[in-house]
Design a protein around this ligand. Sequence first.
Ligand code: NAG
Ligand code: NAG
Ligand code: NAG
Ligand code: NAG
Ligand code: NAG
Length: 367
Amino acid sequence: MASLAVWCLIKPFIVTFVLSLPAEGAVVRQYTCDSYFQSWCQLHNATVHMDTDVQASTFPRVRQLGFIYGSIGNFSHTFNNQLFKAGVLRVFARGTRVTTLTMPSTIEQLYLRDNGLRTVEIDPRTRYLLRYLRLQMNKLRTIARFEHLTQLHELNLCDNLIEDVPLDTFATMPALRQLILCGNHIKTLGLATSSPSIIHLTSLTHLDLGGNFLTRLPLERWQLPQLINLSVRDNLLTTLDSDLLVRRFPLLRILDASANALDCRSYHEALQTFVNRSVVHLIDRRMCSVDDAIVLDAVEMGRTNRIEPEAGGNVPVAVRHLKERIFLQQRTIQQQRMEIEQLRANLTTLMEQFDLVAEPARALDPF
Ligand SMILES: *[C@@H]1O[C@H](CO)[C@@H](O)[C@H](O)[C@H]1NC(C)=O
Ligand SMILES: *[C@@H]1O[C@H](CO)[C@@H](O)[C@H](O)[C@H]1NC(C)=O
Ligand SMILES: *[C@@H]1O[C@H](CO)[C@@H](O)[C@H](O)[C@H]1NC(C)=O
Ligand SMILES: *[C@@H]1O[C@H](CO)[C@@H](O)[C@H](O)[C@H]1NC(C)=O
Ligand SMILES: *[C@@H]1O[C@H](CO)[C@@H](O)[C@H](O)[C@H]1NC(C)=O
């Protein structure tokens, strides 16, 4: 509210006319920065509603503008025009109510978080300059028409309600490095019809599909030659073809497949493959029957160590107990790892509250 200075440029003889038709340009709302963080001008609790209000508003002449709380309602063409007139290139809105977003064509970086956003309008005939787009913690259900955002380097749609993601949507984005889709309801990574069966994303280094409902990964159709970091954590995967995975993604260095119910075969194969390829991996073995593994291993160990069963009936039991303890310890380590991740995530959230958006340099950095 502090940001809102209202100048009533009213000539005495048209007072009644002006009051009944404030949209005629007689009332100007001039927003000024409440505070700065780094070089972001921040507006707290601004309420920008009807298009007629927007037409009569001017925004600070800054390149980086941030809204904290408040309400924009319709992020419309008119609103975009006013931002353009003020020379704004980067926008964030955190906790600000935005129900409809008409994608701005002149903004380079747009970071919306927790806005109750349901609809994004993208015009196929418009050429968008947008390079960084985050629409986190919103209510989007579809990514229809996102293929027209051809200049994107980073797209983050975490924590929305998206169910279907045709991966070829992103094939129109040659510079896309980070595709972060965590915390949605994605069940399929299908293809839009009439597209080639192989999806080639030439620049993608970081793909996050964590926290979705995927039951399989169509690895044979993905060609991601630059992929370094892949997360499929917390999905419904029961198998993982780790061999195919490392062949499809030759540069892969980090894989998080934890919190999936992988079968024992996938688990053992994955361990071998990833250790062999020096891929840092997080995989748990929730569905592996401990006993099966132990019995098998114990039998084998008994054979290789030439332990005579009759020489000590207790040896396999002792081995089994030790293995069980190792398994439990490993599980503890796994849980602690997850807690570290959680802490990290919390830290990131906290940091984002102050340093809300990454500097372009940081945003460009895949790590
Ligand atoms: C913005 O509004 C919230 C309540 O909605 C209030 O707690 C906060 O102090 C306001 N901030 C400013 C800068 O007016
Ligand atoms: C937002 O703008 C569209 C047209 O651009 C209009 O149809 C819609 O009713 C507006 N919604 C609100 C909440 O103002
Ligand atoms: C480890 O990788 C090498 C090639 O990098 C391969 O020849 C070998 O068979 C692999 N071993 C296992 C156990 O996968
Ligand atoms: C992280 O934050 C969430 C919600 O704010 C909280 O429930 C959780 O306990 C936190 N995690 C840790 C490890 O502090
Ligand atoms: C790898 O991806 C995960 C999940 O998106 C992310 O939390 C982690 O920070 C990334 N690691 C690096 C080193 O980029």
